[in-house]
Write a protein that binds this ligand. Sequence first.
Ligand code: ZN
Length: 286
Amino acid sequence: MTSNAYIGRFAPSPTGPLHAGSLVAAFGSWLDARAHAGQWLIRIEDVDAPRCPPGADHFMLGQLARCGLLPDATPLWQSQRSDLYADALADLQRTGWAFGCGCSRKEVAALSKGLVYPGTCRNGLHGRPLRAWRLRSDGPRVDWHDRRLGPQSQQLDTAVGDFVLQRADGLWAYQLAVVVDDAAQRVTDIVRGADLADNTPRQIRLQQLLGLPLPRYLHLPLVLASDGEKLSKQNGAQAVDLSDPTNALREAGRALGLCLQAATLADLQAEAISAWRALYGPPELV
Ligand SMILES: [Zn+2]
């Protein structure tokens, strides 16, 4: 039985093939959706087009299919959804939360020492050309609950400052696109790597300002390379070895704290779903 109550998603940036870490995030979000008898969606986060080599998206979808991780609806591509992001930006401009910024990258780096944008252009561009759109970060502290990490909070203006919504090159910022699409896809549960936990307060602030529903969050443990660094294409993470997909999922399960023994892909998935329920609920389905 499929419940309409739960909608989850895996939202990779197709900057290269899935590596061991991204397979863990995919498997975790899939397991949580299946454990809740919910739907699982895939969204291709290709807003930063220059960083996405042609074909990497379909390669990644093929890798997921080999592991039996199949979405319940046709995937979405963010590069086709600019109109929705423009509407959201217009909304934030109308309410006065978004402001035009004329600072160059160099100026921002010098002013903020690379940390927090100090709000230079909040009160106007003073004759400088418009470069980017930013969101005012003043406002109440953002408090939220993570299903694994527990209570979290962040004061946006001191921790991250006024953040970018649309870049000087016209590309949409990750924060805005994610929030708009999670709401459009009616996502109730966000399950992703702990490296993104830091972004959550910015996304919650945007959800609040745009009047969107607030999803639940679960940030998964990260798979680290042997040198303790996060696995990513930038630091040379290899495509995950899918010569034996069952074994690849067994390894991904291990990173999620699941000890899986089954020998076939279907049996391993079933075993993983009940192990996941024991770890993360929901209790009524255990
Ligand atoms: Zn500025």
